[in-house]
Design a protein around this ligand. Structure first.
Ligand code: ADP
Ligand code: TYD
Length: 208
């Protein structure tokens, strides 16, 4: 397990508007029928229903603890219904966000909650991607891209530039402590150039 030929679990992470959804899609397109593209929160029918509870509405709608439980519940459904079946079928499962997002958004941004995030992950998820691409870029530029979308899912993006800077630092910290799994990719380049970098690193990992 873990090598491109026999499938594997690949995640994309980064702050809002960093281009990670674009890159997840471009990698899936490059891999063709071998790939299953999915996303969090969501990626399964029930998990997409939980997504709506999380990304729409008042930013103060949930307490931090309730929010962690909802993200974990969505991830558990995604794991059961989409991720494990795809990996069992030998596919390359590409997820736009996974547990690193909870570590950073719910954990690093509110440091006191990180132990709870880790305990829930161990208890209910217990799986890490084989390979994670962190699409890294300056929050000011990323925020301008993200807010331009007006998708109606702006609950997290509206938290502002300072929050996005803390998130970027949190993702880079995770990359430093998990160098075997996380590749930092400079996202401040054209989408095609970033995609070529991602594909080259994916193939290098697959043949390592
Ligand atoms: P994320 O999933 O990280 O929020 P998206 O992939 O949805 O980011 O991209 C956010 C916006 O920026 C979209 O409008 C997208 O078309 C645009 N975009 C994505 N990648 C690039 C890039 N490398 N350069 C310029 N614009 C980009
Ligand atoms: P996403 O759809 O990836 O948003 P974007 O394309 O703008 O990056 O994710 C929705 C929001 O949910 C995003 O702001 C990040 C947040 N999020 C968490 O706070 N914790 C999590 O565990 C996940 C998966 C996402």
């Amino acid at each position: 397990m873990g090598r491109a030929g026999a499938g594997g679990f690949v995640s994309f992470e980064g702050i809002d508007g960093s281009g990670k959804s674009t890159q997840a899609r471009l990698l899936a397109e490059a891999l063709g029928a071998q790939a299953v593209l999915t996303r969090e929160p969501g990626g399964a029918e029930g998990a997409e229903e939980i997504r709506r509870l999380l990304v729409e509405g008042d930013p103060a709608r949930w307490s931090p603890e309730t929010e962690i439980l909802l993200f974990t519940a969505a991830r558990r459904d995604h794991l059961e219904k989409t991720i494990r079946p795809a990996l069992a079928a030998g596919k390359t499962l590409i997820s736009d966000r996974f547990a690193d997002s909870t570590r950073v958004y719910q954990g690093a941004a509110r440091a006191a909650l990180r132990p709870m995030v880790d305990q829930l992950h161990d208890l209910m998820i217990g799986l890490e991607p084989d390979l994670t691409f962190l699409i890294d870029m300056d929050p000011e530029a990323a925020l301008a891209r993200g807010l331009a979308r007006h998708s109606g899912e702006d609950r997290f993006e509206e938290l502002g530039l300072g929050f996005q800077q803390a998130l970027r630092a949190g993702f880079l910290d995770l990359a430093r402590t998990n160098p075997h799994r996380i590749r930092v990719i400079d996202g401040a380049r054209s989408a095609d150039v970033v995609a070529a970098d991602v594909l080259a690193q994916f193939h290098a990992w697959g043949t390592a």
